[in-house]
Design a binder for this molecule. Sequence first.
Ligand code: 1CP
Length: 348
Amino acid sequence: MTPSQRFLAACRRQPVDRTPVWFMRQAGRIFPEFRALRRQYGFVELMQHPDLCAEITVMPVERLGVDAAILFADIMTPLQPLGVDYRIEPGVGPVVGQPLAAAADLGRLRRFDPREELAPVLETVRLVRRALGDRVPLIGFAGAPFTLACYLIEGRPSREFHRARALMYGDPAFWHGLMERLAETVLDYLRAQVEAGVQAVQLFDSWVGGLGPAAYRRFVLPYSRRVLEGLGDLGVPRIHFGTGNAALLPLMAQAGAEVVGVDWRVDLDRAWEAIGPDKAIQGNLDPAALLAPFDQVEEQARDVLRRAAGRPGHIFNLGHGVLPETPVDHLRRLVELVHRVTERPAEP
Ligand code: 1CP
């Protein structure tokens, strides 16, 4: 099997010759070449250079041997044409110029066509597909409406997103209006990525774990579902990732993706019971394990693989993004380990 076939088959819970593996946040932050580029360009400026973004996207495929590439962009990328002024501050993350606070602010959000206003990102997709050919598939992505709403309301990374949660309960007209606009924007953007050539999509709901199941069901699920189901006719596998609260997994599994991505705070076998047998699962090595000596990485990785053994539909990944200080060589050896441990003889 080629890595492309391996990854796409696992998404569909079909048998594979080895467990496919890739790492969230594998493009960029871990490579010295990226850090050198960042001294030259601001992050938002870098997005205007499809040739450089394509190079960063392909780098982990060549250096680490992973079975999939993920587009080099950011969850904030579609917010600029929406009319949101933001910058990426080193050591902090996205910072929004004028956070949203009330229904009147929704009037600031523009309608736009991603084919025009996000043309450089879509050009990156085309360049990457040309560079990769059929070697490995390219995963497109977007932030889920809830996680984007958190940044738009808080204005910067926050530990608990108190303001966003307070507005969710306190001003439902604003909340639902905002989530509707974000769902529509994210859906258009992901559809444009698929048209440009991405072969799978991941919806990142990185901060959703701050909610309980009842709030998730009422304030978030309908909008994530609108995005994921809105991609249904395109035939590409959909991965839905969230962190922080395993109690949400059964609900996230109802949002319409083929694959549920799980973080490291839950045992993979338990997570699979929670999402049910009709979904594939992606995860979930603790990214911090990679900062330990490699024998510990191996022990933890084997535990993840043991919990997934014997059933098709596992995509090995970390439980959240790879940490910037991770040794590149640990990642390379981890890919090799996952492939070696899970290798199955070819069907006769
Ligand atoms: O593989 C890659 O890293 C390349 C593509 C990529 C992806 C998939 C980037 C580039 N960002 C993302 C997704 C992303 N961005 C998420 C979802 C995944 C996750 O939870 O990790 C989130 C929450 C963001 C928001 C964001 N953008 C942060 C995190 C802030 C926080 O609160 O922890 C940061 C630091 C950024 C900027 C950013 N995006 C990407 C890079 C390489 C960077 C750093 C830029 C720099 O050099 O300063």
